[in-house]
Structure formats: structure tokens, C-alpha cells
Design a protein around this ligand. Structure first.
Ligand SMILES: C[S@@+](CC[C@H](N)C(=O)[O-])C[C@H]1O[C@@H](n2cnc3c(N)ncnc32)[C@H](O)[C@@H]1O
Length: 262
């Protein structure tokens, strides 16, 4: 059932989009055909004149803004259907995306992203030069998985539960260099967190790192799980320009000896 709050937001989004897309919202009829004509373009006439470019600018602005509107709505809708799985009412901001991907370079090799949602971190990873073929996304929600497949056609997307990671399936048996996680670990049971970390470190090669963000005041992986898996967590920073503010942790193996052969 669609939450009335979400239908209201969808209605607002529809109205905002209509406003962006309606050229010249004035009651006075106006013939703009000349401004789109080849004569006008070849003469460079009225270049920069507000009258001719306003509809195009409005449409271009709408095209840029639309995904953000849509992402907000997709998130709210997914959250209202399953708040525990989604764990946030809005996608992460670009500042958080920059921090969580800051140490990842194309030299890392395979990169696994867990809980990508609408793909804010995916976009940041691609912007950092990670080839789409080296990126694998694991998303539990069918809604987000479909959106990610449409949005990033060259990236592998698995619609599956991150507690069931399987190295042979994810990178054809090859190890990954980094894992970026947007999973809502604080909403999960310790057993689920243990399964995710165990699976992720089975996929990660020697020296590979697991990056996780949290809205909480400390690392979202309990100390007893870190100790049990011989892992350590280091806080990389906090982003105040995120709603809500979030911190990023890098989790790595404590002792190289435990990395044996991976
Ligand atoms: C807090 S959102 C983060 C989305 C995105 N990374 C961002 O920062 O905007 C959590 C995401 O994890 C996904 N998720 C939750 N539990 C999962 C699980 N067990 N396996 C895979 N994905 C999961 C949700 O569907 C959602 O896309």
C-alpha cells in the first residue's frame, strides 16, 4: 500500500516538474519559433538573450534536477515500504560520497559496493576512474536494483542479500581490492553484521579495505565482531554537510598472517 505521505510527495514532484517544463508560463500568447530557427542560430542573433533561451534553460535545468527529485522520491518510497532495509530517508550527499571513495583508485582492481541504493557512491567511484567492468553492486531491493541496471548498464548488479556474499559469483573467483558499504549495519543483528564482514573479507585481497559510513557516534561494527575476525577500524572523517551528518570508517585486517593466500 502506498503511504499517503509518499503520494503527496509524488504529487509535489509532478507539479514541480510541470513548472520546470512549461515554457513561458504567461497568459500572453508568444511566438518563439524564430528563436529556434536556423536563421536565428546561424546569425548568432540574441545570443544570451533571455527571451530565446529561457525555455531551453528551463528544460535543461529540469533534466539535471529530475534525477535528484526522483532519487529522493524513490528513497522515500522504499523507506516507507521497508524502513529497516533502507535505513535512511534520503540518498547520501556528494561530500559523503567523496570521502567514502577517497582512497579507492583504479589500481585497486575489483571494487564491490554493498547497498548502493540509487547509486550516489557508484557515480563517485566511476568519477574516480574505476572502470565499470571492475565494479560489482550488491543491492537487496528489487526497486533499486532495477534502477541501477538502467542507470549503469556497464556495471554488474546483483539483486541479492549482502549477508550471502559468494566470491566465486561476484568476481569470477578473483579477489576485490575494496568494498564500499552503504548498508544500514546499525539496523542489523550482530549475526547479520558478522555474515557481511566474513563474506566481504573472503572477497577482499591482501591489504584490501572495507569502507563503511554510519550516522552513529562510533564504528557500526561491534568491537567483539572486529576482534573475532581480527579486524581493526579507523575513522577517516566526519561529513557535517550530509543529512544527517555521517562518519566514514576504514576496516582492515589486523595481521597480514590471517590474509593467507587471498
Ligand atoms: C542507507 S541506504 C544507502 C544507499 C546509498 N549507498 C546511499 O548512501 O545513498 C542502504 C541501502 O542498503 C540496501 N540494503 C539493506 N540491506 C541490504 C542487504 N542485506 N543486502 C544488500 N543491500 C541491502 C538498501 O536497500 C539500501 O539501498
Amino acid at each position: 500500500m502506498i503511504n499517503p505521505f509518499v503520494s503527496l510527495l509524488a504529487k509535489i514532484d509532478q507539479v514541480v516538474r510541470h513548472m520546470h517544463e512549461t515554457p513561458f508560463p504567461s497568459s500572453r500568447p508568444c511566438d518563439t519559433s524564430f528563436f529556434a530557427s536556423p536563421e536565428c542560430r546561424s546569425a548568432g542573433a540574441f545570443r544570451g538573450a533571455a527571451a530565446s533561451s529561457r525555455p531551453q534553460q528551463a528544460r535543461a535545468r529540469a533534466r539535471i534536477q529530475r534525477p535528484r527529485h526522483r532519487d529522493m522520491l524513490s528513497f522515500l518510497q522504499a523507506w516507507s515500504n521497508n524502513p529497516r532495509r533502507v535505513g535512511a530517508i534520503a540518498p547520501s550527499g556528494t561530500a559523503l560520497a567523496r570521502l567514502i571513495t577517497a582512497e579507492i583508485t583504479p589500481d585497486c582492481g575489483g571494487v564491490l559496493e554493498l547497498g548502493p541504493g540509487t547509486g550516489v557512491f557508484t557515480r563517485a567511484l566511476l568519477a574516480r576512474g574505476i572502470p565499470p567492468g571492475n565494479l560489482t553492486l550488491v543491492e537487496k531491493g528489487a526497486d533499486f536494483a532495477d534502477l541501477l541496471r538502467r542507470r549503469f548498464p556497464d556495471v554488474r548488479v546483483f539483486q541479492m542479500d549482502a549477508t550471502r556474499l559468494d566470491r566465486s559469483r561476484l568476481f569470477d573467483g578473483r579477489p576485490a581490492g575494496a568494498v564500499v558499504s552503504g548498508l544500514p549495519l546499525l539496523a542489523m543483528t550482530p549475526r547479520q553484521v558478522l555474515a557481511i564482514l566474513t563474506g566481504a573479507f573472503a572477497v577482499l585481497r591482501q591489504g584490501g579495505a572495507f569502507y563503511q559510513f554510519t550516522y552513529g557516534p562510533r564504528c557500526p561494527v561491534p568491537k567483539r565482531i572486529l576482534d573475532r575476525l581480527d579486524l581493526k577500524a579507523v575513522r577517516l572523517g566526519r561529513v557535517y554537510l550530509n543529512l544527517p551528518p555521517a562518519a566514514v570508517y576504514r576496516i582492515t585486517r589486523k595481521s597480514p598472517a590471517k590474509e593467507g593466500g587471498r
